[in-house]
Design a protein around this ligand. Structure first.
Ligand SMILES: Cc1cc2nc3c(=O)[nH]c(=O)nc-3n(C[C@H](O)[C@H](O)[C@H](O)COP(=O)(O)OP(=O)(O)OC[C@H]3O[C@@H](n4cnc5c(N)ncnc54)[C@H](O)[C@@H]3O)c2cc1C
Length: 386
């Protein structure tokens, strides 16, 4: 990411680098962590706590609740930095997996009870949250949810299955999209906080992605009793709450992809300079140079597109279409960058658990997650033709 940052952000970035390089990566090495390990909840929570102490975890939150009030633009810079660092636990540093990113804009809807029980414990790195919308029969068409919340006195009885829910393995509760009025379609969907240790809740790990990471799970709700005071906002407001979050989320996935692609690019440059074939480094071949040139050009375009969109979001503009453009362009270009990095590495790049091989697999997921490339194109086209 560019160096035109404020002194405050430059200080935060320097402290972040120091933590990543001097503390987190050495800790991972001493524990022998691999990308596909099942991380103990205690380990993950200790990283959250440490990052909270250092001011990284939830840095984007408003100052009134203990954040740094970071703009989206500055947050993009930090997200790029952590993803590019090579740390295996990098998604926990700023609170992406289970942390403040999951509670997003909910503060504005939360009652005092919800703030104390759900929002502040996440802010303080004491509890983890996940966002549960997708179901086995409802993916891109998120208005066709089947998980039902049926009123019963002061409670709802929730029944249904949520599929592929990131960070559910570390979460204490799920922000769950439920149908409260089946006759009203999207306007009959409500958002409810559900504690994952409630009787009738179980996690099923039948969805390990191609990265082999143990982060996602299905959440099964079998007649789970949930107090009505856990309803977020009003009944029927859930879909709107989810969609508001999804636009910004689409944008905020981009710096993570860019950071991973940047890591692959750096590794490819280094490898090209050192790998000797036909009597010298492979970097002297124009074919290799052109791949590096294309990678650098794509990174530059992705980075500036995302920062420009983040600046517009900071200025209060509606960036729904631009966020979809970023998600589409960045996910597809970064995957191509990883593919080229793999090509430059030859057999080393396709060897299981080499960083470039892992990044290639990880970046492939982003063309599906938070709305597929096709759904982004639909959103962009809708904006054009409106
Ligand atoms: C690693 C991972 C993590 C995830 N984390 C979460 C999470 O934390 N919370 C959560 O709620 N969900 C999560 N998901 C689910 C994710 O959001 C969905 O997978 C995604 O929305 C796509 O839905 P689907 O997989 O059911 O595909 P489908 O909707 O079945 O789509 C299948 C294909 O049809 C295409 N298609 C569908 N509709 C259209 C259309 N109208 N026009 C053109 N093409 C179309 C799609 O683009 C795709 O190519 C996660 C998924 C993965 C893989």
């Amino acid at each position: 990411m560019p160096q035109d940052t404020s002194p405050a952000l430059a200080g935060l970035r320097a402290r972040l680098q120091q933590y990543l390089q001097d503390e987190l990566i050495p800790l991972e090495q001493s524990l022998g962590l691999g990308y596909e390990d099942k991380f103990a909840r205690d380990l993950v929570k200790s990283v959250w706590k440490r990052c909270r102490e250092l001011g990284f975890y939830g840095a984007q939150l408003p100052r009134e609740i203990g954040g740094q009030g970071l703009s989206y633009r500055d947050l993009c810079t930090l997200k790029d930095d952590v993803a590019a660092s090579g740390a295996i636990l990098f998604p926990h540093v700023l609170g992406d997996w289970g942390g403040p990113s999951r509670i997003g804009n909910l503060i504005q809807y939360a009652t005092p009870y919800q703030r104390d029980r759900y929002i502040m414990p996440v802010v303080n790195a004491e509890r983890g949250a996940c966002f549960a919308m997708t179901e086995p029969q409802s993916g891109s068409d998120a208005t066709r949810l089947q998980t039902a919340a049926v009123p019963d006195g002061d409670d709802y009885i929730v029944t249904g299955t949520k599929h592929y829910i990131t960070a559910s393995m570390f979460a204490d509760f799920a922000i769950t999209m439920c149908v409260t009025d089946p006759a009203r379609g999207a306007d009959g969907i409500s958002a409810i906080f559900i504690d994952l240790d409630s009787p009738g809740v179980s996690l099923v790990h039948d969805c390990v992605p191609m990265t082999g990471q143990y982060v996602d799970a299905d959440i099964v709700f079998d007649r789970v009793r949930v107090p009505k005071k856990n309803l977020i906002g009003q009944e029927g407001q859930g879909f709107k709450i989810a969609m508001n979050r999804i636009s910004v989320n689409r944008l905020l996935h981009c710096p993570t992809m860019i950071g991973l692609a940047r890591q692959a690019f750096r590794l490819a440059v280094d490898y090209a300079k050192h790998r000797q074939q036909f009597g010298g480094p492979i970097s002297r071949f124009q074919a290799i140079q052109h791949m590096l040139a294309d990678m650098a050009t794509a990174l530059y375009a992705c980075e500036h597109m995302v920062l420009a969109t983040a600046a517009r979001a900071d200025a209060g503009e509606d960036v729904r279409d631009a966020a979809s453009m970023c998600k589409l362009f960045v996910s597809e270009r970064c995957f191509e960058i990883a593919d080229k990095a793999m090509q430059i590495h030859g057999n080393v790049g396709v060897t299981k658990n080499h960083p470039v091989e892992f990044i290639f697999r990880r970046l492939r997921l982003y063309r599906i997650v938070t709305g597929t490339s096709e759904i982004q194109r639909n959103t962009i086209a809708k904006g054009i033709l409106a």
